[in-house]
Design a protein around this ligand. Structure first.
Ligand code: ASP
Length: 441
């Protein structure tokens, strides 16, 4: 019998997880059972993916840069990547703003619902912790993010997944210096990293064998911990606008893929789908990164010289889905609370959401922290911030899942475009997930 393709296996796992979660919410002991016995399986899976993220970035980036043989090529890739990331993010925010202004979901929300949402969530630990985090991030100067990118201790940077940009900085520095000392002298180190790279990619394969079961656990966990269904329904129009915007963003990527790389966009979506499904299940582009890299390199044919830089950088600074959501959410909250926005305010949203998406961490819920900063930039009254966040909190998790899919798809699209532009988009070299499996089991 032909083996079911991985993305189908994952999809089936997700659907069964959702159904199982619903069934469990119907029985008294269901919630506790899922959180004690099922959810930990998903948590272990996410931890395993995060565990290999830093070794993978280091090994593949060193390999990518040292294969280049010439620093000017790296500069070329770097500049293109950043410029294209800025363009896609601005497109995303513009789509979001256009839709929320045309569809005005905030005007349809009743006083009663606002009161109910405020009572339920304004004092919620989830909302207050986001406000606290935002005020911590905000109290820094404009160049702080550049300062933060430079580590003072390489090992300390490597020991913290939140410091991914620092690790990238150190590794690029290392790779460039390896190019400068010449091939012969750099060879032993290069061999080491090449081998480490192969090993870590095999670890991704092994972890992915458990993906269909892990997504079952993750989604069952999401379903049992989701909020009051009535409140979710009240926010349906707002959530619909965000989701529609995200779908348009995916359409935008397919147009970009077909016009810039001349590849079939449906083939692209199919090949990248396991990464998208994981992004949806984990709500974290950082946790998905190892799988995104594997798919883009082996199944789409982007050369490592490009993907090893474009994808880790993208996971941390390019968040099209997040910035689209921030645009919609900021305007929705203003509409619902009767806070008028001028055209200038909307332009401010474009700028701050662009910066906020660069500053957002690639972890669940990070987009909402930066939303506070976007709201403050348009002069939103500080005493109403908690109410504003309370309005959208109930649907934040499902929307986080959807926007993370767009974040990951955006990174993959840009890696293809950059690869094509420097003639590094080749034939896919598909390896089976379970190569040599019988030797392990
Ligand atoms: N969860 C998103 C990501 O990891 C960030 C966010 O929008 O909260 O890409």
């Amino acid at each position: 019998m032909r083996k079911l393709e991985l993305h189908w296996q994952i999809l089936i796992g997700m659907l069964l997880g959702i159904v199982f979660g619903f069934v469990m919410t119907q029985v008294d002991w269901g919630k506790g059972f899922v959180s004690d016995w099922i959810q930990p399986l998903g948590t272990i899976f996410v931890k395993l993916l995060k565990l290999i993220a830093i070794p993978l970035i280091i090994a593949s980036l060193v390999k990518g840069i040292s294969d280049l043989k010439d620093i000017s090529k790296f500069r070329n890739i770097g500049v293109r990547t950043i410029l294209i990331y800025i363009v896609t993010t601005v497109v995303a925010i513009s789509i979001g703003l256009l839709m929320v202004n045309v569809m005005t979901p905030g005007n349809g929300i009743s006083e009663e619902t606002i009161t109910k949402l405020t009572e339920t969530y304004a004092g919620d630990a989830g909302v207050t912790s986001k406000l606290e985090e935002a005020s911590r991030q905000k109290s820094s100067g404009p160049l702080q993010f550049v300062v933060d990118m430079v580590p003072e201790n390489a090992l300390a940077a490597m020991s913290n997944n939140k410091l991914m940009l620092q690790v990238i900085f150190f590794t690029v520095f290392l790779g460039i210096s390896m190019l400068l000392i010449g091939e012969k002298n750099a060879k032993p180190l290069k061999n080491f990293f090449d081998s480490l790279n192969d090993v870590v990619l095999k670890m991704v394969d092994l972890i992915m064998l458990t993906a269909p079961y892990a997504v079952f656990a993750l989604l069952a966990g999401v379903v049992v911990s989701s909020g009051d269904p009535d409140l979710l329904l009240a926010l349906l129009r707002y959530a619909g606008v965000v989701v529609l915007g995200l779908v348009l963003m995916i359409v935008f990527y397919t147009i970009v893929v077909s016009s810039f790389t001349k590849k079939n966009p449906f083939w692209f979506l199919k090949e990248i789908s396991p990464a998208q499904l994981l992004a949806f299940s984990t709500s974290s582009s950082a946790a998905t990164l190892p799988v995104t890299m594997e798919r883009v390199e082996e199944h789409i044919g982007v050369d490592k010289e490009v993907s090893s830089f474009v994808l880790p950088v993208g996971a941390t600074i390019n968040m099209d889905g997040t910035s689209l959501y921030q645009g919609v959410a900021a305007v929705f909250i203003s509409q619902a609370l009767g806070f008028d926005l001028t055209f200038g305010d909307q332009l401010t949203i474009v700028l701050t959401a662009l910066l906020a998406s660069i500053g957002s961490a690639a972890v669940p819920g990070a987009g909402m922290v930066m939303l506070v900063i976007v709201l403050e930039s348009i002069g939103f009254p500080a005493d109403k911030l908690a109410i504003g966040l309370a309005l959208i909190f109930a649907v934040d998790r499902p929307l986080d899942m959807c926007r993370t899919v767009v974040n990951v798809t955006g990174d993959a699209t840009v890696s293809m475009v950059v690869a094509k532009s420097v003639d590094k988009l080749g034939k896919p070299k598909v390896k089976e997930w379970d190569d040599h499996l019988e030797e392990v089991i």
